[in-house]
Design a protein around this ligand. Structure first.
Ligand SMILES: Cc1cc2nc3c(=O)[nH]c(=O)nc-3n(C[C@H](O)[C@H](O)[C@H](O)COP(=O)(O)OP(=O)(O)OC[C@H]3O[C@@H](n4cnc5c(N)ncnc54)[C@H](O)[C@@H]3O)c2cc1C
Length: 360
């Protein structure tokens, strides 16, 4: 039996996109995931799907912001190549704050200037805000608009990529748990197991995130909303057909148990403080998942030459922001075959180790 060029273990966000792009690039690929093709075992299943480099700049390193900006140019090309349309909107982010939190808006502006030279930050007065986002009513006297930032429907994307893989005849072994010591045969195995790789990558930690999904057909929300607040940086993301995603808590824990009362109250009361029209929205679901994070909250590549194993992990809260850029870099590394060196374009992805089993 002939081996595929690459076997991707973990078909959440990164792994399934990598297998798809690899097959489009002419590599033979196979994919393995412990969950079904829906992706319900992944952090991506619970995510809000925001691709918002500037809005993330307050908490992220400048290189993450630059990688996110590059991803923003790649996502529309990727989505055009999928077999069916996936909801994607790039009207940008509106940043809102309550009067007593004006200091948060000043802090945000300062950080953004330092970390994202390309960011367009538009100050919006009450009249313009009413034109941009009538659903807010006259609640806020000003806002900041980050035009061009985008979001993609996470679950529709996972589904569409699964269909694309099937159409490309990429063998997808769903509901197939791969133990650490039984990797599939392939030219190179790419480990994209997210938190599933925590035994092999001991520095990996989980950051629990809780979200709510709402049905609010009467609210015509046109932008992603983010609340600038010293404790509760909640967002509301509009989806197709009146659905909204409200997220997300960020708790240093790998606990995937159901959403806590505190989490639910924080999410819904903060969102309600921005958008009182949410009072009549219906709660469809609360979901919890764990973001895979490394100590510096940046993604990393590790390569074990002896085992021909490339590990990619640490997408943290930036999986949608970074996946096209990380996949592009991974394909460049994989096409180097024997050498497996990073292209050096993104310094945080340069941690390519060529030792044997010692990946720590
Ligand atoms: C509440 C929440 C909101 C978020 N919002 C955003 C956002 O708006 N924007 C953004 O950019 N990011 C967001 N994220 C982060 C994003 O979801 C993650 O960064 C991303 O999903 C990580 O991708 P991954 O492929 O590395 O891991 P995952 O998506 O978790 O996929 C890992 C896959 O590996 C599989 N697996 C694990 N172990 C095994 C095994 N032994 N054998 C086979 N398969 C295995 C799992 O089943 C899973 O499908 C959010 C995350 C959460 C939790």
């Amino acid at each position: 039996m002939t081996w595929p060029d690459i076997a991707v273990v973990g078909g959440g966000l990164l792994g399934r996109c990598l297998a798809w792009r690899a097959s489009r690039a002419g590599l033979t690929a196979a994919l393995y995931d412990a969950a079904s093709s829906l992706g319900e075992g992944s952090a991506a299943w619970a995510a809000a799907g925001m691709i918002t480099p500037a809005a993330e700049a307050v908490d992220a390193d400048a290189e993450i912001v630059a990688m996110g900006r590059h991803s923003l140019t790649l996502w529309p090309q990727w989505l055009d190549q999928l077999p069916h349309p996936v909801f994607y909107r790039d009207t940008g982010t509106l940043l809102l704050w309550h009067r007593e939190d004006a200091g948060e808006a000043r802090r945000f502006k300062k950080m953004l200037t330092e970390r994202d030279a390309q960011a367009q930050l538009v100050h919006v007065d009450a009249a313009r805000l009413d034109e941009l986002e009538p659903a807010l009513g006259a609640r806020f006297s000003q806002a900041l608009h980050l035009p061009g930032e985008a979001q993609v429907d996470n679950r529709a994307l996972l589904e569409a990529v699964a269909v694309a893989l099937e159409e490309a005849n990429v063998p997808c072994h769903w509901q197939t748990f791969i133990p650490d010591d039984a990797l599939p045969d392939a030219g190179v195995v790419v480990d994209c197991r997210g938190m599933g790789a925590c035994r092999d990558w001991p520095q990996l930690r989980g950051v629990r995130g809780e979200i709510a999904r709402l049905d609010a057909p009467e609210i015509d929300l046109r932008h992603m909303l983010r609340l600038l607040h010293p404790r509760y940086s909640v967002y509301v993301v509009p989806r197709a057909e009146g659905k909204l995603v409200v997220g997300a808590t960020s708790i240093e824990s790998d606990d995937r148990s159901a959403v806590s009362v505190r989490g639910a109250l924080e999410l819904l009361s903060s969102a309600f403080s921005m958008l009182p029209a949410l009072a009549e929205a219906r709660i469809l679901e609360f979901a919890t998942q764990v973001r895979p994070a490394l100590p510096d909250n940046q993604p990393a590549f590790q390569y074990d030459r002896e085992r021909r194993l490339l590990r990619i992990n640490g997408l943290y809260r930036h999986g949608f922001l970074l996946t096209p850029t990380v996949v592009e870099e991974a394909l460049a590394v994989l096409s180097g075959h024997g050498e497996m060196e990073s292209t050096g374009r993104w310094s945080c992805l340069r941690r390519v180790h060529s030792g044997s089993r010692n990946l720590r």
